[in-house]
Design a protein around this ligand. Structure first.
Ligand SMILES: [Zn+2]
Ligand SMILES: [Zn+2]
Length: 340
């Protein structure tokens, strides 16, 4: 355990709350507070990511992507084609929107308001990404914001010690390992507001149903378009398990890559970074330093050149009346939080 992590952990055990959610956006009425977390935190200095941490993370993230590209090239015209690429990307876009726009910006951060049918559709699409029921996803992510890069962060790549072994351990933990650790106790206190929402609770309870729906849709599409059982099987494989694995890898990369690689234009008490590649592939979620600085902002790509597909969807839906009360930080708030 590094001195930083030990210090943070000791302070946490001693009951010193660490409220590091954005203090320039009106979050207090939105997000449930851990006990005593309204205090201003006094956080220890955070070391910069080491070169070995950066290299290990880069390797762990790039190899699965490269493996998928190689598999697609080798299987082209054998077990892959434009049709299955369309099914893969279509399902990816739909479920990624469910997670980014629904699970993250709506349910976790309440960055806009919308009607019950849109809530239901976003909850179903997000659940089809197989990242757990919406209530658990939100609770874990709110905890990430509260303890970002500290001992109690569910998936920080930092604070696991130095040296190759510890670095690899940190990468594994932040990317995948945290999912296999015992469920964190007391997560319920993060979702007091959502527990009162019957629709969201019902959606969360029927998670398995939405997962099965997410596997059925590409299967039926592949089967009907090709009118063959082989088409159904290939539609299932590419639009189901492969799509799920790809998006899992992208989501987990936000946890690891975007707390290691990239720029930090805004002052936050953590390692969050803006990463342009993750910004594109994760539909805007890669502008992660922006997001940690302004958690309730519906827009993560705060500059005109920071592509944020999720915000484009939110913006379009607001223009046609499907979404209201979209929250964006003012110019003054942006200026106040910029790194000096
Ligand atoms: Zn983060
Ligand atoms: Zn967030």
């Amino acid at each position: 355990m590094t001195s930083y992590r030990a210090a943070a952990y000791a302070a946490h055990r001693g009951g010193s709350a660490r409220h590091i959610m954005d203090n320039t956006m009106p979050t207090t009425s939105d997000l449930p507070q851990a006990s005593g977390s309204t205090e201003e935190s006094i956080l220890p200095e955070i070391d910069r990511p080491t070169l070995s941490l950066k290299l290990a993370n880069f390797t762990a993230v790039v190899i699965p992507f490269a493996g998928l590209v190689v598999a697609i090239v080798l299987l082209w015209h054998i077990a892959f084609s434009w049709l299955y690429l369309a099914i893969l990307l279509g399902m990816y876009l739909a479920t990624a929107t469910g997670v980014a726009v629904g699970f993250h910006r709506l349910f976790t951060h309440r960055s806009f308001k919308t009607s019950k049918p849109v809530v239901a559709i976003l909850a179903v699409l997000g659940s089809m990404a197989v990242e757990g029921p919406v209530l658990r996803w939100v609770a874990t992510h709110r905890r990430h914001h509260q303890y970002s890069d500290q001992e109690s962060d569910p998936h920080s790549p930092h604070g696991h010690g130095t040296g190759l072994w510890n670095t690899m351990r940190g990468i594994w933990h932040s990317h995948v390992g945290w999912l296999f650790e015992p469920e964190i106790e007391g997560l319920d206190r993060y979702i007091v507001d959502l527990r009162k929402d019957k629709l969201v609770c019902w959606m969360s309870k029927h998670f398995t149903l939405w997962v099965l729906l997410g596997l059925l849709i590409p299967t039926v599409l592949g089967g009907l378009i090709t009118m063959s059982w082989t088409g159904a099987l290939l539609g299932f494989i590419w639009g189901g398990p492969v799509r799920v694995c790809l998006f899992h890898h992208v989501t987990w990369s936000i946890n690891s890559v975007c707390h290691i690689w990239g720029t930090k234009p805004y002052n936050t008490h953590d390692h969050s970074r803006n990463n342009a590649i993750m910004g594109v592939v994760a539909l805007g979620e890669g502008w992660h330093n922006n997001h940690h600085a302004f958690p309730t902002s519906a827009r993560h790509g705060l500059r005109w050149w920071q592509l944020d597909v999720s915000y484009m969807i939110i913006w379009t839906m607001s223009k046609v009346g499907l979404i209201q009360a979209v929250r964006i930080p003012t110019k003054d708030r942006l200026t106040a939080k910029r790194m000096k």
